[in-house]
Design a protein around this ligand. Sequence first.
Ligand code: C2E
Ligand code: MG
Ligand code: MG
Ligand code: MG
Length: 288
Amino acid sequence: RAKADGRATYRFFEPEMDAELQARRSLEIDLRKALANREFELYFQPQVNVRANEIGGYEALVRWRHPERGMISPGEFIPVAEDIGLISSLGDWVLEQACMTASTWPKGIKVAVNLSPVQFRNKTLVQSVSRALARSDLAPDRLELEITESVLLQDNNLTVATLHQLRRMGVRIAMDDFGTGYSSLSYLRSFPFDKIKIDQSFVRELSSRADCLAIVRSIAGLGASLGMSTVAEGVETEDQFLQITAAGCTEVQGYYFDQPKPASELVHTLTPGRWRVEAPWRERSISP
Ligand code: C2E
Ligand code: MG
Ligand code: MG
Ligand code: MG
């Protein structure tokens, strides 16, 4: 049986263990060593404010550079880290690294950090956030925490209390992947979010389904009347960009502007000419 103890790592697998289970066990073993071995990296993807035509902030996205397998995506290892009790120490590293990096950026630029629902079950989350802010000397309003609807499914009172505590520190709170949960609207009532991030699935189907545009337009309107900014995620094409901005979203994030990149490669300004930064959606709506 595969077992990781203090001194050494053993990989004896019983023959009847299937390949999938073996792969999972070996991922767990490697994951337990990854933080100490400095195998994690943060990539950053810009969120572009469409009215001001500038980068308002970056979302920090964790990457795992596995010594043998190369880059492993968070979609693969975050759920494992949650299962084996590693997400809080990984989450602390992400928070601190993100705040440290953002403290070197121009003052107007924010950083967004994803939080796992499991981190909310841990009583030390507020402490972790304030420690990251103190160590980096980052102004709290430059940190935005992204939570998914599933965070509000569990232990709602405790979670909402924690969110208020974070808000009192001056930190901003964003609702990620909005529209994918079972009762998205009721979550908006449980906490006054600063930002709604419209899930990629709505953007992806914009051109093929008319109802997606209507939904995006409604969410943007809802955000505006609730005083929340709205970000469309996963914008890849100019066409999507034009539709999204016409629908009233205040920010756009996606490959159309940039891929997530290491901190050393960030430029902080939109390159004129690479995108038509002069209000392209208005130009387009004039010509037939
Ligand atoms: P998310 O927070 O919804 O992040 C957006 C994901 O969409 C990222 O995937 C990003 O690389 C990808 N993306 C951005 N623009 C585009 C686009 O134009 N097209 C497409 N198809 N995809 C785009 P990534 O980096 O693989 O992260 C996946 C998920 O893993 C994140 O979804 C988030 O839930 C989680 N995650 C990432 N970093 C962290 C972290 O530090 N902590 C925690 N707890 N979760 C994280
Ligand atoms: Mg996110
Ligand atoms: Mg998202
Ligand atoms: Mg997601």
